[in-house]
Design a binder for this molecule. Sequence first.
Ligand code: M6R
Length: 589
Amino acid sequence: MCGVIGYVGDAEAAPIIVKALRNLEYRGYDSAGIATLAFGRVWAEKDIGKLDQVCQTHQLDSLPGSTGIGHVRWATHGEVTPVNAHPHFDCKREIAVAHNGIIENYQELRTRLEHNHLFVSQTDTEVIPHLLEEFVDAGASLEEAVLKTTKLLRGSYAIVAVSLKDPGKVVASRKDSPLVVGRNDGKNFVSSDVLAFLEQTNRVAYLEDGETVVLTKDIVFLDAEGRQLQKEFREVDWKCDEATRQGYEFFMMKEIMEEPHAIRCAAMQDKRLLLEMAIGILRSRQVVLTACGTSRYAALVGRYLFSRLGGKFCDVIMASEFQYFSDSIDRNTLVIAISQSGETADVIEGVKRARANGATIYSLVNTVGSTLARMSERVLYLNCGPEIGVAATKTFMSQLTLLYMLAFTMANQMDEGLAKILDICPKIEKCFSKNSKKIWGLAQRTKGSNDFYYIARGINFAIAAEGALKMKEISYVHAEGMPAGELKHGTLALIDKGTPVVVICPKDYTYEETIANAHETKARGAFLIGVSEAANPIFDDWIEVPSVEEIFQPLVTVVPLQLLAYYSAVARDRDPDKPRNLAKSVTVK
Ligand code: M6R
């Protein structure tokens, strides 16, 4: 999703901003641009396409000046065109603005401004520089203008702005879209993502909704009324080399390979915190897990674990639908929100409403200091380092690990649970070495198939759904994951000669029934790919997974499915790290 960066410092701004934008590329974008201040003018270049291409065509990093802003855009309002790329300008091109989020009342504001302002784009953002212009022309400083402008905006925003009348200054403000401020000797940053400037500094402070920051050689925080705020800077313990490919062709493969390590890191939690959270879950009248996408599939596994190990039933509600259940969320409800980024707009919105109804919020988050983490009474961090590939892989494993740890703690078996989880890691490592070549062959063999089905029962149902999501997301192949028993209630009609059906069927109490469902597809000509510790003559191809205790199966069955999606993407010449139309951090609803 869009990324913004603002910089003020001793060094030339443009190369630093371009590097920051490069670090934001992983979020997904379709155009890029920057603006700097120097020699009494705003210098700006922007265009559609990949950053390298925009840089080459427009020599972005040679723009002069030591103050500037930058943006990578993921289109929401207005097509992907050069003029819709950010930054946007006022009429005199003295103010430049980059924005993440959606201004819901932009039509109304634009209609009001249009009689004496010249609009050139179709974006919602463009109203912002024109509003700033009105206030600056009336004598306001840039920060005063930002404070006044934000009072007129409805919707979500993370804005960064520069103005010729305030050289050496970047002003940024947020509502429902993240902004983090970084400080280093002589270099100050503000961005939607700490990874943008992590090479320069890991000392950060977070803006809350309604707050504004003024970057000059100093950093001043303001509340919505313009009163100064004191904020503590803290250190983020992510290392910048964690955000490099380290010899792998794609981040996604590197991140899959990091899974055993990620599990070990996630398992090492503060025992007291785990205990408090487990007690909180057991004592709550109702527990709701909420999340989106892959995080929601982790929640579905969690629901099973809480019931199986902790004897506690809980529900899983898709975050984008959560608000519609507000009527039954109250102070007796515990909400466990799961989000890698901690910034997913649907999750944040659901949690906000639940909080307003008095619910208690726990969260499982990877990004320290993210909005969700700050909204939660208790947080367990995944501790697996940044995940750059848009497809969630190692963070899924870390989320599962935290859910196992909570469930074992609910059952008063924290230490045993920990030992068992750590025992799985070498088995996953073996699974990579044993299966990679075979799965690559399978990806080649199924290259012409445009529909995949994934079936499983019990705890593995969520893994079938996750396997299908991975396949869709990065290979652009239609895929569906479902409980094996559901097939004959409709989907079976789609099974045809050669249709790949992935059957996840560990040798447990679900085995016989799942195999029976697989037979139903085989009878219609399906090409069966078995994922199991045991071979079965009906499989056309068999991916062997290590034999583990039944509740741990998701940790081993998901690995070949991630690899199958990855190799299928590569075999079809797709970039698995940056799937089309998708973003790493989905900060709009
Ligand atoms: O950051 P989050 O965990 O809240 O993200 C939720 C989903 O957008 C995310 O899991 C998405 O489904 C993944 N890209 C799937 O691989």
